[in-house]
Design a protein around this ligand. Structure first.
Ligand SMILES: [Cu+2]
Length: 165
């Protein structure tokens, strides 16, 4: 299911991780707080991109059912796990948001995959994304396109990803 352009996207995300800074912004729908929706800039010709944010569920268990945006043909919920040295992505039907828990979407873990980008995402751009939760309902968030700052010290497991490139 994954293509060369996706591999390029992964190469970009392997460098990232620790960021969180300047332009933090957050939203609230029902009992769910949505913190700092962001996406990585993409190269010309790249048709997929990663979307990230943090969900803090202060109420009963809920699920993120879908996400849509005008900048991509579709948005998929993906999980990513290491199977030995092989990074595997899997499309999920929904993202589980357990009661009282925080679920962080970030490179190398759960993420939103923007599929069929209509134009490259440029650092500094923003775009709207509609999130639909099973219980909390719909909310429109603004996604910031950000070039992550280089991590000062990469977590050890990130080095494993280098074998992929
Ligand atoms: Cu993915």
């Amino acid at each position: 299911m994954h293509t060369a352009s996706l591999r390029r996207w992964l190469a970009g995300t392997a460098l990232t991780l620790a960021t969180l800074a300047a332009s933090a912004h957050s939203y609230k729908v029902g009992s769910i707080d949505i913190d700092h929706p962001n996406a990585r800039p993409t190269a010309a010709g790249q048709t997929v991109g990663g979307g990230f944010m943090t969900f803090v569920n202060k109420g009963a268990a809920d699920r993120l059912l879908s996400a849509t945006t005008a900048v991509a043909a579709s948005v998929q919920v993906h999980s990513m796990t290491m199977d030995g040295n092989v990074m595997k992505m899997r499309q999920l039907d929904a993202l589980e948001l357990p009661a009282g828990q925080t679920v962080e979407l970030k490179p190398g873990a759960y993420h939103l995959m923007l599929v069929g980008l209509k134009a490259p995402l440029k650092s500094g751009d923003t775009f709207a994304m509609t999130l639909k939760f099973e219980k909390a309902g719909k909310v429109v968030v603004t996604v910031n396109v950000e070039q992550p700052e280089p991590a000062k010290a990469e977590p050890q497991h990130e080095h494993d990803h280098e074998h992929m490139h």
